[in-house]
Design a protein around this ligand. Structure first.
Ligand SMILES: C[S@@+](CC[C@H](N)C(=O)[O-])C[C@H]1O[C@@H](n2cnc3c(N)ncnc32)[C@H](O)[C@@H]1O
Length: 220
């Protein structure tokens, strides 16, 4: 993971003092991910980093997932696209500092895009890149993982669950992060029938969409 090897572990002393921002180095990232090696290499395993920084762990998770995609699908472009979108859609992160969230998103996109370009060159589809961007904008968020809100707007952090359906379609369901974490919430939430609600209930449910059409949502 040469990407991390040459990377600085701190941005400034002030940020270390204010936010404890010290990035984990390559050796520790790999040693920790090796503790869950199979999961880190499984294309659709879900990972969430609640204080991701600019993504040292998430970048390596994506790297490992994309290695698995390459091994199986590098000779079939459509399948590589489909599985790399599934890999991206299962990686989540939050950071308190907005610049970290932006850098992490860009970093994960570059990781995906450089592999995609290396494999398929001029045959790469803009629609696939747009879908990748759309998912990263939804999955890699600027937020406070202690109170589960955006630090400025104070709106709740909402994560999207992406589930593949019938091969080429994706189902998106949105969940409030706080409710996913604080299981106690389920005892104070009631559903439409007046019964105790389940934390499994999404706040929004979207129609099925083709995995190469997600970027069109941005344009609308
Ligand atoms: C020690 S760094 C670790 C970064 C990354 N996980 C890594 O291992 O390279 C801690 C990170 O937590 C973030 N952070 C601090 N308080 C936070 C909070 N309440 N919610 C979300 N992120 C927070 C900081 O901005 C910083 O990026």
């Amino acid at each position: 993971m040469s990407e991390i090897k040459n990377k600085k572990q701190i941005k400034s002393k002030q940020r270390v003092a204010d936010h404890g921002e010290v990035f984990t180095n390559e050796r520790e990232v790999n040693a920790m991910l090796d503790l869950v090696k199979n999961e880190s290499e499984r294309i659709d395993s879900r990972f969430l980093e609640p204080a991701m920084g600019d993504g040292n762990f998430l970048a390596e998770v994506l790297n490992r997932k994309l290695n698995s995609v390459d091994v199986k699908y590098k000779n079939v472009q459509f399948e590589w696209e489909r599985y790399s979108i599934i890999a991206l859609s299962s990686v989540y992160g939050v950071d308190l500092l907005e610049d970290n969230a932006i850098e992490c998103r860009n970093r994960l996109f570059q990781l995906f895009d450089s592999r995609y370009s290396n494999l398929f060159g001029e045959k790469c589809n803009e629609s696939c890149k747009s879908s990748a961007r759309f998912i990263l904008n939804r999955n890699i968020l600027w937020g406070d993982a202690l109170d589960f809100t955006n630090p400025v707007t104070k709106k709740p952090i909402i994560f999207s669950e992406w589930s593949p359906v019938n091969g080429t379609l994706l189902k998106r369901r949105d969940f409030i992060f706080k409710f996913l974490v604080e299981k106690s919430h389920q005892f104070s939430m009631f559903n439409d029938e007046g019964n105790v609600g389940s934390i499994d209930e999404p706040v929004k449910d979207y129609p099925l969409i083709h995995f190469l059409k997600l970027g069109e949502e941005d344009a609308n």
